[in-house]
Design a protein around this ligand. Structure first.
Ligand SMILES: Nc1ncnc2c1ncn2[C@@H]1O[C@H](COP(=O)(O)OP(=O)(O)OP(=O)(O)O)[C@@H](O)[C@H]1O
Ligand SMILES: [Mg+2]
Length: 296
């Protein structure tokens, strides 16, 4: 999925160790970390460049461990994401793992990507660090402790054939083109008909011009001018019975200020993996109709 979320002027290069040590982690969590790092690298290269994903076995020695807090010496597997983008100065670098720290404009970044990545890596007994030079690029390295040799491979939870399919029509509203194309591709592969819109007004127009039924609205929460909740309210009036799934990369707080409370509505936090999207869409569509209780 990664080539689809980065733009065409970014070269994706992989240097993967054939004999990489196994680690014991939640695959979905690590995928999310990788996706966050890749999206950051993409944002750091608005004019294009090279994105390199490297894996390697690494022995962290006492000298390495001593100069870092909470790192034990030993065998690790290393995952690195490098870009040739804008890089960071010392002040930015000192704050990147802080929750809500972002240099991206309002509505463009929540500053939670790296904080979440840090949490996941720590939770798995690992270590994350960054090398960056302004104007040259950035490398993030994640070290995960090698699992004991006798560890059995973990079977994937759901085999690909078991991913739920559907025939419903979905109206997908997302202004980030890369994410929209990705979600569209994923949903179409599962058999859904997907109508696309880039904002609330666009979505109302698409709905007005579409004669057939639309079973599900999948919409970004925070959008310029008309937010996701207003769009949902308008569409529910136009098409009673339509289900709504909100997408948000924003914190619960921001989302609440935009009038969507996660207990009463269906909700997916960005970024998400294709599998998570498929299962959530299926869940929202097959569950008995729930009343949309949003706003005050
Ligand atoms: N590869 C990178 N190159 C340059 N700066 C980066 C890179 N990765 C992260 N940063 C800096 O670190 C900040 C925090 O990153 P983080 O992923 O936590 O949040 P965000 O990308 O701003 O928002 P979010 O990921 O929540 O959408 C970014 O705003 C950016 O300034
Ligand atoms: Mg980010």
């Amino acid at each position: 999925m990664l080539p689809r979320v980065i733009s065409e002027d970014i070269d994706l290069v992989t240097q993967l160790a054939p004999d990489l040590r196994p680690v014991r982690v939640d695959v979905g969590q690590i995928e999310e970390v990788l996706l966050n790092l890749v999206l950051n690298a993409r944002d750091a290269m608005p004019e294009g460049g090279q994105l390199t994903i490297t894996t390697a076995n690494a022995e962290l020695d006492e000298a390495f461990a001593l100069t870092r807090t909470e790192v034990a010496a030993g065998p690790y597997a290393m995952l690195a994401v490098s870009d040739t983008g804008v890089g960071m100065d010392a002040e930015v670098k000192a704050n990147i793992f802080e929750p809500f720290f972002t240099t991206k404009g309002v509505g463009r970044g929540t500053g939670l990507g790296l904080a979440a990545a840090y949490g996941t890596v720590k939770q798995n007994g690992g270590h994350i660090e960054v090398d960056s030079t302004p104007g040259r690029g950035t490398t993030f390295r994640i070290y995960l402790p090698a699992a004991a040799a006798e560890t059995e491979p973990v079977k994937p939870l759901a085999s690909p054939q078991k991913t739920p399919r559907g025939r419903e029509t979905i109206l997908l509203v997302e202004d980030d083109e890369a994410l929209r194309l990705l979600a569209r591709g994923v949903l179409q592969n599962q058999g859904y008909t997907v109508l696309e819109a880039v904002c609330g007004y666009d979505a109302l127009e698409v709905s007005r011009n579409y004669a057939g039924p639309i079973q599900l609205l999948v919409t970004d929460v925070v959008m310029p001018r008309m937010c996701g909740r207003q769009l949902a309210d308008a569409l529910v009036t136009q098409r009673p019975g339509i289900r709504v799934l909100f997408l948000s990369g924003h914190t619960e707080d921001t989302v609440l200020r935009h009038g969507v409370a996660s207990e009463t509505v269906d909700f997916l936090t960005k970024p998400f993996t294709p599998d998570v999207l498929i299962h959530k869409v299926h869940e929202v569509l097959v569950e008995p109709l729930r009343r949309l209780e949003i706003g005050g």
